[in-house]
Design a protein around this ligand. Structure first.
Ligand code: BGC
Length: 879
């Protein structure tokens, strides 16, 4: 789209019409403008899947492994392919823009969104992030690099002022975003936080280096609700305030322009960015008639213009007219036969201008996509230690599969990234499927997690009206009359359908306790709430909202618990009500948890099962309360019960494999007592299949750590995430991640880059140029030999180290990597490209990138802590 064309479009719009385009129309959509052929842009969260516009458990999405697992593959091509899968999902759901990838760093192991970010290292983060962006955008769907910048922890995330030196900001925190821009990312999301005194939605960093130096010409979108003032954000490089329709831009911005407080040219620049962006995703002009789903019939059914018509195979119809319908009309198949829609909210969704779109059935989860996700889970699994316990061969005739995460493998982290997978394969299911007819699988869960706060679902209750599994969701008017009712499969309702007159959301469930004892029942949400059990009121009150964080308000509000004595097999009726009121968020969640387990007894039972098996797999991990958006973790311990479980199982069977199901580092105090430690991460919907492939040796554990794992939190050189007086000082400067461990001469449990395969490697030779020119890339060659019994894959890593000059450098830093494959006894030479940027530093004096001439060491090996080969290189010139 040329500048002239853009000008012509701008000329057609009044100031008010231009400003209107700059705030969201709804939570996930931008406004349409028929006068210029602009349709709405539809956005959806990622990064592990494309949830779409609604928080509805029936709107399922393919669930990829979490970002830390993807980075653990150290495989840009694989990640790029997964990006195309995300794009296909976006098209299937009529989504133009995926709010992913998350390019913030694993600065502290306590970071609550660790699972959602790639790595502690800017180069690995940048490369993997760029790969995902390429994959997504190759199919005309926009990716959004978020959260610009230094939004690396959650505590006080809406207001924290991160203080970080200019050099560290450039070389560490901005670097992945620079990669993203170089990869052509179409959008950048400005974070909630402030950096060096400027809130990011009004930060000068939105112009410099983003637009000036890097040449970004896409659109800058605010994080949801991050625009809290009009003038400074409008004057800054921010283009689009999300969500809407409420916005501190709108009329206030029109007035500010009329009063001369914000130049009109600032508004025009923003609109230009937005229109150029809209053109790229096919939302402007002739293409504006179509949009992703309509343009790719292979991913969805044909577009349907007549609301009365149904496309073959269509499962739901969305209204996508200029005035978005608040109420989607869905096929009864998807909502269940007992659903009744009484009325809709918002403009007439059958009115003129309304556009209808069909989507492919949610059952379209091609075998290929599932296989790809299964392969990705195996490719990201990191074998931290192996004392001959893995792989489990045919000699294993009886396998004990133990642990709370064995049957309930946690496939994703919590918060806005959450999607509803159509199914999830647990480690137990994965193993059972592969061992059927070959070995006996004995499952003992061991002590269960504290499940208080876990939403009621089909496993525990039935809808009292139909008697079918699930809960009854009712929307009531002020007099308590039912306006709307439907059976749902979960009591975690984040977006009940709001029909006119809606006053109260009610969730009813007939709970059948499996065990006798003191159950914990809870309700989560804000505002006036009541929870009763067989008409006995357990909780009743006004629960005030004490946070503005949208993730906490709408997705994970605090739970209020009560305890009740229940008898196994004796049904009880649980009724929860929450009054709908402005400012109380959308979520209503009802939970029920069985009495705490008898820990010693369940551990003894697990140990017995392990003792009578040929091998044991014990799956442990973090809970949804410990790793989620909106707050940081309080520690890295798995908890006494899980640690005791692993120890008891290992004592009972020396061939015990501990599988760790977490998105970020946890302490593994028993790591030397078990036969093997395999890190599963949050492996996505097919995780259990991929992990079973690895455990049984059908696939190599392909992963290498994207982040250094401490023995104990107290060892981690950088861990604080709590701001002091609103400020969080990044005192460590450039020395983040493994660089900090090296600087402090500390030894972690496992270094960045570490991970074993099923074969062994010897690093034989490193060859490269004796001299390199500043500002030029160069290539080194690393010869490795497969000295083990199997064909394998090795991730060859190259680091640089410089000392003695005038410039301060990290102890060493990752410069490049590549993977090689070789059969037993074979040698293979990896060509590793060292980009010019690996040698440069940001000169704060010059305000520019510089490359220092002089000696430099190139190091090659298999982790930041194991680099057996080195080469001296002389850097010539001054770049
Ligand atoms: C998160 C973003 C997310 C947005 C929309 C925010 O709270 O920080 O990552 O994309 O919500 O859900």
């Amino acid at each position: 789209m040329t500048e002239d064309e853009l000008d012509r479009l701008l000329d057609k719009l009044t100031l008010r019409a231009r400003v209107r385009l700059l705030s969201g129309a709804t939570t996930w959509r931008t406004p349409a403008e028929p006068a210029i052929g602009l349709r709405e842009l539809v956005m959806s969260d990622g990064p592990a899947g494309v949830r779409g516009e609604s928080w509805d458990e029936r709107r399922t999405a393919l669930l990829l492994p979490s970002a830390s697992a993807l980075a653990a593959t150290w495989d840009d091509e694989l990640v790029e392919r997964l990006g195309t899968l995300l794009a296909a999902e976006a098209r299937r759901k009529g989504v133009d823009v995926i709010l992913a990838p998350n390019l913030n760093l694993h600065r502290s192991p306590l970071g609550g969104r660790h699972f959602e970010c790639f790595s502690e290292d800017p180069e690995l983060t940048g490369r993997v992030g760029a790969a995902l962006i390429r994959g997504v955008q190759a199919r005309g769907v926009a990716a959004v690099a978020k959260h610009y910048v230094a939004n690396d922890s959650e505590t006080e995330r809406l207001t924290v002022d991160v203080r970080v030196g200019e050099r560290a900001l450039r070389e560490v925190y901005l670097a992945p975003f620079e990669h993203a821009v170089a990869a052509g990312v179409m959008a950048v999301m400005a974070g909630y936080n402030a950096v060096n005194g400027h809130t990011m939605t009004a930060s000068p960093l939105l112009s410099d280096p983003l637009r000036s130096e890097w040449g970004f010409d896409g659109v800058v979108i605010s994080d949801w609700g991050a625009v809290r003032s009009t003038l400074d954000t409008a004057r800054a490089g921010l283009d689009l305030a999300m969500p809407g329709p409420e916005s501190v831009w709108g009329e206030a911005l029109v007035r500010a322009v009329e009063d001369g407080e914000v130049p009109e040219s600032a508004v025009d620049d923003k609109v230009r960015h937005l229109l150029r962006f809209a053109a790229l995703v096919g939302a402007l002009g002739e293409l504006g008639d179509g949009g992703p789903a309509a343009r790719d019939p292979s991913d969805g059914g044909p577009a349907v213009r007549d609301p009365g018509a149904r496309a073959p195979g269509a499962r739901h119809l969305d209204c996508r007219g200029p005035d978005a319908c608040a109420l989607d009309v869905r096929d009864v198949d998807e909502r269940g036969p007992d659903a009744r829609v009484l009325s809709g909210r918002g403009p007439d969704h059958r009115g003129p201008g309304a556009r209808w779109r069909s989507h492919a059935p949610t059952g379209v989860r091609s075998r290929e996509a599932r296989a790809q996700l299964r392969g990705a889970a195996a490719a990201g699994a990191v074998l931290l230690a192996n004392r001959g316990a893995l792989p489990l061969g045919r000699e294993v005739r009886r396998l004990a599969v133990i642990g709370p995460h064995a049957a309930r493998t946690r496939s994703q982290g919590g918060g806005s990234a959450g999607v509803f997978p159509q199914h999830e394969v647990s480690v137990l299911e994965g193993l059972r499927a592969l061992l059927r007819g070959r070995a006996e699988v004995v499952h003992v869960p061991g002590p269960a997690h504290d499940e208080s706060g876990r939403a009621l679902g089909v496993d525990l209750c039935t809808d009292p009206r139909s008697g079918l599994p699930g809960v009854l969701l009712r929307v009531l008017d002020a007099s308590g009359s039912e306006l709307y009712a439907e059976r749902r499969s979960s009591a975690r309702q984040l977006e009940p359908t709001l029909v006119p007159g809606a006053h109260t959301v009610e969730i009813r469930a007939r709970l059948r306790p499996r065990v006798t004892g003191r159950w914990t029942l809870g309700i989560a949400g804000f505002g006036r709430m009541r929870l009763s059990l067989d008409e006995q009121v357990l909780l009743d009150g006004e629960f005030a909202r004490r946070t503005d964080d949208p993730a906490l308000v709408h997705v994970t509000p605090p739970v209020h618990n009560a305890v009740a004595q229940l008898t196994a097999g004796q049904d009880v009726l649980v009724v929860a009500r929450r009054q709908l009121a402005p400012g109380t968020g959308r979520a209503t969640i009802v939970s029920a948890a069985p009495p705490p387990p008898d820990v010693p007894r369940s551990i003894a039972e697990a140990a017995r099962a392990a003792g009578s098996a040929d091998a044991a797999v014990v799956v442990v991990g973090t809970t949804e309360h410990s790793e989620s958006e909106g707050y940081d973790r309080s520690g890295l311990a798995l908890g006494d019960a899980q640690n005791a479980l692993v120890r008891a199982v290992a004592a009972a069977n020396p061939r015990t494999v501990a599988v760790v199901n977490s998105g970020g580092p946890v302490e593994l105090p028993w790591r030397d007592e078990v036969g093997a430690v395999l890190l599963a991460w949050f492996p996505g919907q097919e995780g259990g299949g991929g992990l079973a492939d690895v455990l049984l040796g059908r696939a190599e554990p392909g992963g290498r750590l994207p982040t250094t794992w401490p023995v104990a939190l107290s060892d981690a050189p950088v861990s604080r995430t709590r701001p002091a007086g609103g400020r969080l000082d990044y005192d460590e400067g450039l020395h983040t991640g493994y660089r900090a461990w090296l600087r402090h001469h500390r030894t972690p449990a496992y270094w960045f880059g570490h991970g074993l395969g099923y074969t062994t490697w010897v690093y034989e030779e490193l060859a490269g140029p004796g001299e390199v020119a500043a500002g030029e890339p160069f290539t080194v060659h690393v010869r490795v030999r497969n000295t083990g019994p199997r064909t394998g894959r090795e991730v060859v890593q190259v680091y640089l180290a410089r000392a003695g000059g005038e410039v301060e450098y990290p102890h060493r830093w990752l410069a490049g990597y590549t993977a090689v494959h070789a059969g037993p006894g074979e040698t293979v030479t990896a060509a590793v490209r060292v980009p010019a940027r690996a040698l440069r530093h940001w000169s704060t004096g010059d305000g520019a990138w510089r490359t220092e001439p002089g000696p430099c060491k190139v190091l090659a090996g298999c982790s930041a802590g194991s680099l057996p080969l080195s080469l001296d290189v002389e850097v010539r010139g001054n770049g």
